[in-house]
Each structure stands twice: as structure tokens, then as C-alpha cells.
Design a protein around this ligand. Sequence first.
Ligand SMILES: *[C@@H]1O[C@H](CO)[C@@H](O)[C@H](O)[C@H]1NC(C)=O
Ligand SMILES: *[C@@H]1O[C@H](CO)[C@@H](O)[C@H](O)[C@H]1NC(C)=O
Ligand SMILES: *[C@@H]1O[C@H](CO)[C@@H](O)[C@H](O)[C@H]1NC(C)=O
Ligand SMILES: *[C@@H]1O[C@H](CO)[C@@H](O)[C@H](O)[C@H]1NC(C)=O
Ligand SMILES: *[C@@H]1O[C@H](CO)[C@@H](O)[C@H](O)[C@H]1NC(C)=O
Length: 164
Amino acid sequence: MTFLVLIPTVAGAICKFIVLPSTMATSGSISLLCLLVVLCFSSSPAMAQPLYQVCDNTGNYTANSTYKSNLDLLLSSLASNGSLSGFYNGTTGRSPDQVSGIVLCRGDVATADCSSCLATAGQVLLQLCPNRRGATVWYDDCLVRYSNNQSFFSSTDNSPWRTW
Ligand SMILES: *[C@@H]1O[C@H](CO)[C@@H](O)[C@H](O)[C@H]1NC(C)=O
Ligand SMILES: *[C@@H]1O[C@H](CO)[C@@H](O)[C@H](O)[C@H]1NC(C)=O
Ligand SMILES: *[C@@H]1O[C@H](CO)[C@@H](O)[C@H](O)[C@H]1NC(C)=O
Ligand SMILES: *[C@@H]1O[C@H](CO)[C@@H](O)[C@H](O)[C@H]1NC(C)=O
Ligand SMILES: *[C@@H]1O[C@H](CO)[C@@H](O)[C@H](O)[C@H]1NC(C)=O
């Protein structure tokens, strides 16, 4: 572990040492190489970038609200139920605090990968779209969408999951 942590630090220090004193003409390819090395070792695999995300403009909930606790319940239920079949929709709570959601995994994704993608996506949504009453995030392996409007299950709008 110590070794892995040291690599980006050492690479960064060496890059500065090499690149800074050089002229622009000769440092170009070296700095590109250094940039690649640093990027390669410093990128964190923990939180992958979504392919696509949308924060709905249908209103905001407040912290500790009933809506938020319904949303938390829904996201965990969607992730656990959804990973079994690769598809799940659900609703929690009662209007006006009702939350509906849908999850989907790509057909060739293994159950374990589907499960972790759905769990990550649910948490990422809460961070990407804080307090939003509706949001969608789309990864390579899965899609998670929730909304305060249940009719999106059957809507014919141009949502990304319809064209997937
Ligand atoms: C919800 O909150 C966001 C960020 O604070 C804000 O930009 C947006 O206008 C709000 N939406 C509504 C409908 O109040
Ligand atoms: C929400 O609840 C937590 C813990 O119960 C509390 O610390 C926090 O201040 C509350 N936030 C709001 C906005 O009420
Ligand atoms: C699946 O969904 C149902 C109903 O939405 C819920 O009661 C149940 O707890 C969920 N299962 C799991 C394993 O979360
Ligand atoms: C899932 O979606 C269907 C429509 O496609 C809807 O009839 C059903 O009520 C939804 N299930 C839940 C639990 O919301
Ligand atoms: C819910 O969504 C449907 C279809 O997108 C839309 O026609 C309806 O007005 C929405 N309802 C609310 C309360 O936003």
C-alpha cells in the first residue's frame, strides 16, 4: 500500500523537477508523459464518472423530511430488488411525499456488478442532485431514476432509458 501511495507523489515530484527547468520546446513530450503517469496513478476508481445525469426541476425536498426518508428507503429497495432481475420499479410513501423509482442493469451485466452499480448510483444521485425531488443517473452498467411523479413509469417522453 505504501508503495502505491508513493508512486504518484514521486512521479509528480520528478515531473516538476524535469519540466520546470526545461524550455517549452523540449518539455512538451516529457510533460505529456508525466501528465499521463500522474493521471494514471492518481485517478480514483472508487467513484466512477456517470455517463449521463439529470437533476429534475420539479422541486426540492428539505433535509430530514419525510420525502427524504422515503427516498432513502426507495433507493435501498430498488438496489436490492433490482439486482436480482436486472429491472425493478417501486414506490414508497404517500402523496405529497411519495417517491417512485426505476432501476435497470444492462442485460449482460453480472448480478454482483449490477448490485454494486445500483448501490453506487443511488448514493451518487444524492450527491449530484442534492435535495432534488427527481433525478436520473446513467452508468455503463446501470441506470437509476427517481421522481415525485409516478407517471414517468408509463410516460412517452424522451427519457434516456427509453432509447437505451
Ligand atoms: C432546487 O434547488 C436548486 C439548488 O439549490 C435550485 O437551483 C433550484 O432552482 C431549486 N428548484 C426549485 C424548484 O426550487
Ligand atoms: C437533521 O437531523 C440531524 C440529526 O438528527 C441534525 O443534526 C440536523 O441538524 C437536522 N437538519 C435539519 C436541517 O433539520
Ligand atoms: C423489495 O421491494 C419490496 C417492495 O417494494 C420491499 O418490501 C422489499 O423490502 C424489497 N426487498 C429488498 C430485499 O429490499
Ligand atoms: C411499476 O410500473 C408499472 C407500470 O409500468 C406500474 O403499474 C406499477 O404500479 C409500478 N410498480 C410500483 C411498485 O410502483
Ligand atoms: C407527471 O408527469 C406527467 C408525464 O410526464 C405529466 O403529464 C404530469 O403533468 C406530471 N404531474 C405532475 C404533478 O408534475
